[in-house]
Design a protein around this ligand. Sequence first.
Ligand SMILES: Nc1ncnc2c1ncn2[C@@H]1O[C@H](COP(=O)(O)OP(=O)(O)O)[C@@H](O)[C@H]1O
Ligand SMILES: [Mg+2]
Length: 273
Amino acid sequence: MSRNAPTTVPDELAVSRTSAVSLTGVSKSFPLSRGREVTALSELDLSVGEGEFVAVVGPSGCGKSTVLRMVAGLDEPTTGSVAVEGRRPRELAKSHRLGVAFQEHALLPWSSVRNNVALPYRLAGRPVDSARVDELVELVGLKGFENARPRQLSGGMRQRVAIARALVLGPDVLLLDEPFGALDAVTRRRMNRELARIWAEQRITTILVTHDVDEALFLADRVVVMTGRPGRVRHVHDVTFARPREAEITRTPEFHDAVDLLTGLLDAESVPA
Ligand SMILES: Nc1ncnc2c1ncn2[C@@H]1O[C@H](COP(=O)(O)OP(=O)(O)O)[C@@H](O)[C@H]1O
Ligand SMILES: [Mg+2]
């Protein structure tokens, strides 16, 4: 820190122009009963460049979802600052420039695929752009299923609806919290390839939280490994595999070495529950 650094820096000034998302000295505590509290995150620094894909891995309970919720403007840090494009996340969320696919953001069971994908227009109070909705349905490979209800779809197809919905308003930043966590391994790998293809077309700044190191290495430009609670950045791994990436890269010695490295770091951070 420079000698003249002020003790509190306004969010706007704490951000470099090239980072789309930045968390600076972020700590987050949650109150527990009888005046106790749990420190979920401690002094976390993370910045994500414009158009970059960053994957975040870490032991269960280390604060990954909390990080995404703060970037999404759904929660505030206890100390430190979070900025998206130099602004407060809540402002961007209000202008619907953040695309979010979290596990708890379930699809509307009684609505068709088309209406589920169109939901953000309704939430934003904007007229639905049907052509755009159809384009997104097609982008995620669900053409022909526009009128299906979620229960008529497989788990992988439902996740694709959630991703189409997150993308439909053309967000500046895409936030994905374990979007494929509930899928079997084969479907998951297929979804990874599809997400890689979609991302290659749109190049949206993306933060993906995952517990799957292979998924992180296949998709991301950088993989951030967090420590156990309270979460901080333990290690940042640059992923240098050329794009577009095909499934074959996951069978190379370089890929296996990276998986071993990150798995080792994760195991060292995980404590028995
Ligand atoms: N709303 C909340 N109230 C109290 N504790 C919370 C809340 N949200 C998260 N926590 C706690 O913060 C820690 C980090 O949670 P979370 O971000 O969900 O972890 P992860 O996504 O890495 O599994 C956990 O100990 C969790 O119990
Ligand atoms: Mg989580």
